[in-house]
Design a protein around this ligand. Structure first.
Ligand SMILES: Nc1nc2c(ncn2[C@@H]2O[C@H](COP(=O)(O)OP(=O)(O)OP(=O)(O)O)[C@@H](O)[C@H]2O)c(=O)[nH]1
Ligand SMILES: [Mg+2]
Length: 454
């Protein structure tokens, strides 16, 4: 931005009082405030000036008309302002995709080199012209590609999430403070909060920025047994939202959980099963809310685990969660004290009071850290850690390539024809991302690797 005529560049980051004067007539339009956000530390990363003027049509339209008199000034198109930040996000995505193309090309080259070996075996047989150990060599090349693919697939979908936002679902029993959490994160009263259990019925979704990452946050209905038709539909939706989320926060009332754990039978398993079955070992984080009520609630002796990590562990499914695994639904409560992680490990549970704000800062910092560690894009331009997969279509192709490579590795040297076919499928799957694989590629590799012919 250039400062023309009588305009003086305001001191950056300071809200200053200023007189807003018409550039042609010199007439004072308003006595307002101005703040200058100096680029690149601004919303669009360009210089931004905000004018705070008095409300009222006359002042606003006079100011707009004055601005339009200034050379190079024009009103922004609808959404143009935001589109600029969106543009920057796209640049980051594109950078990641450029890296993706190269990585996929390398994978394909690896498969083709394995395929060339196998093709040579088929065409010429192991004998005079082809040295021994060719099949083993092909296998070790395929294994290397497979390992690399596996590494790319274990990326927590970081690349895709940069495009679409991390889906974060809040769930738990009714009245625990789920909607209060959404309001706290959104910093506004977006969701209805009342002391009546079952207040939230439908999913409330909003997009926000957490720790610098795009997050699509979903508040859900409290999970419990109910005869109410509307609530039941809401609960079903809640389940689906949690199951399809990338990461979830289970909100529980701290005094309630502690109190129930202290009673002989522990948590009421029938009532708690509704939310406990949605807990995933890796993807569920815990917020023990209403810590302000602890002191006032009667604490029978002996006092039981109030350490949040112990509580968290006591709520986890007893076996690692696997698809279709029945043990997953096992509700035995077995605090594993010896399983406590070393202090350096990621914190996965926090104790807060959303009412008083106690502990919320630690939670926010801790959870933002979790998100950055899992989905962070800080290193997007550094080769080693940048996510290779930025589209779910790419993931599908990689998965298919992985499957064919695994099948290839199961074949022995007697089944070279079938084995080669699997490699071809694998190369084709990768080729669907980078451009199709040609016969010429393989012939090139065959003639380069084995001095066949003249
Ligand atoms: N004392 C205390 N009350 C809280 C706290 N957080 C929330 N509440 C209150 O708990 C009640 C339930 O809060 P909500 O945020 O509506 O709970 P919810 O989990 O969304 O409940 P449902 O939508 O019914 O499932 C409200 O009256 C809140 O004001 C807290 O930290 N301390
Ligand atoms: Mg609610």
């Amino acid at each position: 931005m250039t400062w023309v005529g009588k305009l003086r560049e305001p001191t950056p980051w300071k809200l200053q009082r200023c007189r807003i004067v018409h550039p042609e007539s010199g007439e004072t339009i308003d006595d307002g405030l101005v703040v200058h956000f100096k680029g690149p530390k601004s919303f669009t990363s360009e210089d931004v000036v905000e004018l705070h003027i008095h409300s009222g049509r006359a002042v606003i339209s006079a100011t707009l008309s004055a601005l339009s008199k200034l050379p190079t000034f024009r009103p922004a198109e609808p959404g143009e302002f935001t589109r600029q930040t969106e543009g920057q996000r796209r640049v980051a995505v594109r950078a990641a995709e450029g890296a993706t193309k190269q990585k996929f090309d390398e994978l394909r080259a690896g498969i083709i080199s394995a395929l060339a070996k196998v093709e040579a075996l088929i065409d010429f047989g192991e004998g005079e012209e082809i040295e021994e150990g060719v099949y083993e060599d092909a296998k070790s090349r395929a294994q290397k590609v497979l390992d690399t693919i596996q590494g790319y697939l274990n990326d927590h979908r970081r690349g895709e999430l940069l495009r679409s936002g991390i889906r974060l679902a809040i769930f738990g029993p009714p009245n625990a403070g789920k909607s209060s959490l959404l309001n706290f994160l959104a910093q506004r009263e977006a969701a209805i909060v009342t002391p009546i259990p079952g207040t939230t019925r439908d999913i409330l979704e909003l997009s926000l920025d957490l720790g610098g990452l795009p997050v699509v946050l979903a508040d859900t209905a409290g999970l419990r047994k109910t005869e109410d038709v509307v609530e039941r539909i809401g609960i079903e939706r809640a389940r689906k939202a949690v199951e399809s989320a990338d990461i979830s926060i289970c909100v529980l009332s701290f005094p309630e959980v502690v109190q129930q754990q202290q009673q002989r039978n522990g948590l009421d398993s029938a009532a708690s099963s509704h939310w406990r079955e949605l807990i995933s070992r890796d993807n569920t984080f815990f917020l023990f809310n209403k810590s302000d009520l602890v002191d006032s609630s009667p604490m029978p002796s002996p006092p039981l685990p109030s350490d949040v990590e112990t509580l968290r562990l006591s709520l986890l499914p007893s076996e690692p969660r696997q698809e279709g695994d029945i043990a997953d639904r096992d509700l035995t409560i077995a605090p594993k004290l010896d399983a406590l992680p070393p202090a350096a490990m990621t914190v996965k549970a926090w104790k807060v009071s959303l009412a008083t704000g106690d502990g919320t800062e630690e939670f926010l910092e801790g959870f933002a850290e979790v998100l950055r560690k899992r989905f962070g894009m800080d290193d997007i331009l550094s080769d080693a850690a940048s996510p290779v997969i930025t589209r779910s279509r790419h993931r599908d192709h990689l998965q298919s390539a992985k499957m064919h490579l695994e099948t290839f590795l199961e074949y022995g040297p007697d089944d070279v024809v079938f084995a080669a076919e699997e490699l071809r499928y694998a190369a084709n799957a990768i080729g669907k991302v980078t451009g199709a694989i040609g016969v010429e590629d393989i012939l090139d590799a065959v003639f380069r690797d084995f001095c066949i012919g003249k």
